[in-house]
Design a protein around this ligand. Sequence first.
Ligand SMILES: Cc1ncc(COP(=O)(O)O)c(C=O)c1O
Length: 380
Amino acid sequence: MKAIPYGRQSIDQEDIDAVIETLQSDFLTQGPKIAAFEEKFANYVGTKYAVAVSNATAGLHIAVKSMGIEKGDRVITTPITFAASANCVRFCEGEVWLADIDPDTYLLDINAVKQLLDSKPKGFFKGIIPVDFAGLPVNLEEYRKLAEKHNLWLIEDAAHAPGGFFTDSKGNKNRCGNGVYADCSVFSFHPVKHIACGEGGMVTTNDEKIYELLKLYRSHGITKENMAENHGGWYYEMQTLGYNYRITDLQAALGITQLQKNPQGIIRRNQIAKKYKQAFEGKIKYQSLPEGVLNAHHLFVIEVEDRKGLYDYLRKHNIFAQIHYIPLHFLPYYKEVGFGDADLSNAENYYNRCISLPMFPTLTDAEQDFVIEKVKEYYE
Ligand SMILES: Cc1ncc(COP(=O)(O)O)c(C=O)c1O
């Protein structure tokens, strides 16, 4: 059996042709593919505006900037995520405050967030960044209520979840990033994610003012629109301090063909999840699925005793499982700069037991059977 990674991209001839066609066109960057990708992505998730960026880390940075974050602002997020979910706050000299996870969904626990908010004076916190961890969408309607009550901005880190949805109290299915409840949502197009652009990301919003800010921050703070003066066709204004967080046309061309395949990919990912669940039912704990939710299944996480033993055993058999994630407060950087004062014991227990099994659309039945066999073998 050849090596089986925990995740990998699926690239076909159509993807390759799209990139070659763009290579032969007039624009390698800032051309028509970017706007086309943004429009198609916005339609897919059901939002008004989408801004393509160089990666999700850049997307999170300009998302928090667009919320008007200032030095010292306190922002709540989950300890079980990739560092970028919190680092965007640190880029802006804000403070990261962690709240604990739910032990069954592994998502930021809204009750832990409420407790943290209630334990501090009003106005203490400025924003909240829940994460659709492993592809499981957060119930943003509940977070919106909390955001209204405590006057917080709300950014969804949807890096793991393009195509996932939760059902709100009105019975509407809300696709991650649809802009109904969050101020903005951020997606990643790193190759282990659903849509592979090499590097890439997208920020979505329904708010026109936020959209305008996102575009400014993406491109040096420079614009040719809404200028105080105009000296001629060449003229532009730098209206704020921005970055070069642009995606290229090559990546956007790939993004378009990859996006078309995402619905099929989500179906396949859920088939794989179903088979894992059937194999482990009653024996091994896996991420739970709340009612009315479609898990986009970037990952399939199980919890086991002797996690390191299983990890090493699988590796010995050429199965490259992974651990998602080392809790943020265990990272030396966050130990140094601080992460608030909440009890994070669920996250710590989870970290001792979690392991992500191979999950990607081109995982074959034979490969998955082999993974299941090896997991069971280890425990027998
Ligand atoms: C939850 C989460 N947010 C943000 C990111 C950052 O994504 P990117 O690599 O596109 O910058 C990642 C990447 O793994 C992630 O898992």
